[in-house]
Structures are given as structure tokens and as C-alpha cells.
Design a protein around this ligand. Structure first.
Ligand code: GLU
Length: 440
């Protein structure tokens, strides 16, 4: 049974970077008919907030990435304690008293000698008496996991065969001096207990994977499969990390980006598969294959979401937008005709507002000097009373006969005078919707 998880820390909102992780895990579980777990990594009480936890759930729900099970680490401290005891008993967890300043000095010294800045395990040599003294002087120590210094090998679903020498990695701290469990221990316990079979996450976690595999084994768990996707960069390959704050899902939602447009894009960038709009999740699940993703950093351009959103919106059936259109104040008997005319000319649904304002209030006419007389004459020829779908054709025919103008020279000045724009909907369809055409 395939079980995946998305494990954000509720210290911020979901942005396009971690959305990719969520989506991949969701799609893998769905495709396999398995379980998708939402796990809130909230062991840090200072930075985790309920507001972010609620926000994460709200954003996932907006996208339709529904989870089968939701868990939070702050409720599992007893379990982490038990795991820590187990590791202590088997000699894999040891107490250290090095201060941040001391650690920093040691790190710098090793770097100066051209060596990797790996923790020297000096705490392993402390006698019980020495530890007692240090505990009195410095308070409770922090606890590190003692790695087996051997090569750790695993097959990554995206990066292929990986091998990391544990001797080149510091023994990871699992418990801080203040007793707070760190993510590494909590995550491993959860992955074991929830039966996670596949961990997909960003490539910034590759080294964690090596140490986590050893901790899982030390706790008697089954090692899941792993895949690490590349990180996103901006369109020119620039780091996106600093801009991610402005690429939160709620910002994209506020800009009118459609969930399926966003998901269609995120499920394919970084693969050689074409990015095509999928309008339902089943299609997205069907075409998804984690092995199609490459290791190279993936370029992300927020502007790419606009054509997909336009495509999605333009294909919406009237019933889907009826409420939005009603809310604009479009009379019921014109709503469907309005959608038929405006839909092809929008990117986001908010663009409908501008089209409705044009229909309701008219536009500031755009008339070039050389067209002034022509436009005045043409407008005076507009038939009185209601305009219908025949009006544009019969009117422009009459104007053509009266003025001798034809083609672009005939149609463009009239479009600009009536709409204030050079582009827009088919005038024969738009004209009947214009409520306020000035005939002179
Ligand atoms: N809370 C971790 C993060 O957001 C989870 C990493 C993982 O997937 O294991 O980076």
C-alpha cells in the first residue's frame, strides 16, 4: 500500500516551491490508490502558529489536494521520548555540551585545514563525572545520533543511485538542550509509524536522507523509498528562495490564478512532458510519472500561469460563472450573452468587470483626428432603439455606402469609438450589449 506525506512546518504559507512537494506526493498516492498524509511539522513552538496551520489546509483545499489523514508532531512528544530512550539504550544517542561558539571555532579550524567541518565527537569521551560538571555549568546538553561511519546507499526516484559517506556528515542533533525534539527524529518516528512508503521532497534534503536511513534502521523501522526533486529558480536561473514569500498560493489565488492551471504547470515543469492544461485531477494523475523529472534546477516563471488560467477560464461553461456575472450586476436576461461575448477576451475572471463596465457605461471614445467626421457621421446613422445581432452588419454596410470607406478603415475607427480599444470581442456580438451608445 503506497503511503506518502506532505510535511510542511506551519511557520509560513505554502508557496510554489513546497507546492511541488505536496503535489508530487499527492499524485503518487492517488495514482497508486494509496494514502496521502498531511503532517504538520510543528515541533518548534516559537515559530509554528495556528494561523499558518489553518492557512496550509485552506490552500491545499483550494487546490483540491485533499489528504486522507492529518497529523501534527506537537501531539507526539511522548512517542519521540520513547524513541530517544530506545536510541540511548542502544548507545546511538549521546549527550554533548559544546556551545555554539565552540562548535563554530572547531568548524572554522577544520575548514582552514581543508577538511570537511564534521563534528569531532569529543563528547563521546566525556566521563559521567565530567558530564555532571558540565551539566551544572551549562545546563542540560543536546543529544546527537551516533552515525555508523559507513557509506549509505539508496536509489533515488529522481536522482538515481546515490551514495553518501556517513563519515563526511556530522552526527545530527536530535534533541536540543532545552529538550525540543528536532525535525530529524520526529520525522523518522512519524514516517515509521504512519507506514510511509515513499518520501518525495526537495533536493535540499538529500543529506538528511542518509542520516535518516540510519536512524530508521536503529529504530527498527522499514526504510521507505526516496525521491528528491530539484529546486525552483526564477526564469533566468536566479535563486527563487528570497522571492518565495511573494509566490505564496494565497497571492496567486488573489491574482485570479486558477487551481488547475497552477497544478497543470507544477506537475510538468522539470520534465520533458509538455505543459498542457488539464481541467480535472484524474487527467493530471493519469499522466504523472515521477521518473520523468530531471535533476537540473527547474525554471519557474509566474507569467506562465496566465495563459493556462486564460485557457481554463475561457473554456468554462456559463453555469460555472453565472454567480460571478450576477454579482457584477449583469441583468439575468443578458448574462449568458455577456459571457459568450466577454469570455474569449479574459485572462482572469476579474477581467469580466472591465467588460461589464464597458457594456454598462460605455467607453471614452478613441477617435483619431482624421476620423472625427467619419465617426460622427457613422454614429448618427446608428438605428434608434434596441441594437441586435444584425445591427453591426446592416449599420456598417450603410456607413460603407454613405462614406465609401471599407475594410480596416471602416471598422477600426468604429470599434475604437465605441469601445476605446483596438481589440476586443466581435463587434456584432458586443454591440447589442452596449447599454449606452451615444448616437451623436
Ligand atoms: N518539515 C520539513 C520541511 O518542510 C519536511 C521535510 C521532509 O519532507 O521530510 O522541510
Amino acid at each position: 500500500m503506497t503511503t506518502t506525506r506532505f510535511a510542511p512546518s506551519p511557520t509560513g504559507y505554502i508557496h510554489v516551491g513546497n507546492l511541488r512537494t505536496a503535489l508530487m506526493n499527492y499524485l503518487i498516492a492517488q495514482k497508486a490508490g494509496g494514502t496521502f498524509v498531511l503532517r504538520l511539522d510543528d515541533t518548534d513552538p516559537e515559530r509554528s502558529t495556528q494561523e499558518f496551520a489553518d492557512g496550509i489546509k485552506e490552500d491545499l483545499t483550494w487546490l483540491g489536494l485533499n489528504w486522507d489523514r492529518s497529523e501534527k508532531q506537537s501531539e507526539r512528544l511522548d512517542r519521540y521520548n520513547e524513541a530517544a530512550d530506545h536510541l540511548r539504550a542502544s548507545g546511538r544517542l549521546y549527550e554533548c555540551f559544546d556551545t555554539p561558539v565552540e562548535l563554530d571555532l572547531k568548524r572554522k579550524k577544520l575548514l582552514n585545514m581543508g577538511k570537511p567541518p564534521v563534528y569531532d565527537r569529543s563528547a563521546l569521551d566525556l566521563s559521567e563525572a565530567e558530564k555532571d560538571v558540565l551539566r551544572k555549568e551549562r545546563g542540560a546538553g543536546h543529544w546527537r545520533f551516533k552515525l555508523d561511519q559507513e557509506r549509505i546507499e539508496f536509489k533515488d526516484g529522481i536522482l538515481g543511485d546515490l551514495s553518501i559517506d556517513a563519515a563526511s556528515v556530522s552526527d545530527p542533533v536530535l534533541i536540543r538542550g532545552d529538550g525540543q525534539f528536532l525535525y530529524t527524529l520526529a520525522s523518522v518516528c512519524d514516517d515509521i509509524d504512519y507506514g510511509i512508503t515513499y518520501v518525495v521532497r526537495g533536493s535540499d534534503h538529500v543529506t538528511n536522507t542518509a542520516t535518516q536511513i540510519q536512524i530508521i534502521q536503529a529504530l527498527g523501522g522499514t526504510v521507505p523509498s526516496f525521491a528528491h526533486h530539484s529546486l525552483l529558480t526564477g526564469p533566468q536561473g536566479e535563486a527563487l528562495s528570497k522571492r518565495l514569500g511573494t509566490l505564496a498560493l494565497r497571492d496567486l489565488r488573489a491574482q485570479g490564478i486558477q487551481p488547475m492551471a497552477l497544478l497543470s504547470h507544477m506537475a510538468r515543469i522539470g520534465t520533458s512532458d509538455p505543459v498542457e492544461l488539464r481541467t480535472d485531477m484524474a487527467e493530471l494523475i493519469e499522466g504523472f510519472d515521477i521518473s520523468h523529472f530531471g535533476a537540473a534546477p527547474t525554471k519557474f516563471d509566474v507569467d506562465d500561469l496566465l495563459p493556462l488560467t486564460a485557457h481554463y477560464n475561457q473554456g468554462l461553461a456559463f453555469e460555472k460563472v453565472a454567480e460571478t456575472i450576477k454579482a457584477l450586476g449583469v441583468p439575468d436576461d443578458q448574462a449568458e450573452a455577456f459571457w459568450a461575448v466577454a469570455s474569449a477576451n479574459i485572462t482572469v475572471l476579474d477581467d469580466l468587470k472591465g467588460w461589464w463596465e464597458l457594456c454598462r457605461d460605455g467607453a471614452t471614445p478613441l477617435v483619431d483626428d482624421e476620423d472625427k467626421e467619419f465617426v460622427a457621421q457613422a454614429l448618427s446613422m446608428l438605428p434608434e432603439g434596441a441594437l441586435d445581432s444584425e445591427t453591426w452588419g446592416s449599420w456598417t454596410k450603410a456607413v460603407k455606402e454613405a462614406t465609401g470607406r471599407k475594410g480596416r478603415g471602416l471598422f477600426m475607427p468604429l470599434r475604437k469609438a465605441l469601445t476605446g480599444m483596438e481589440h476586443g470581442p466581435d463587434m456584432s456580438h458586443l454591440l447589442p450589449l452596449l447599454q449606452n451608445v451615444k448616437r451623436a
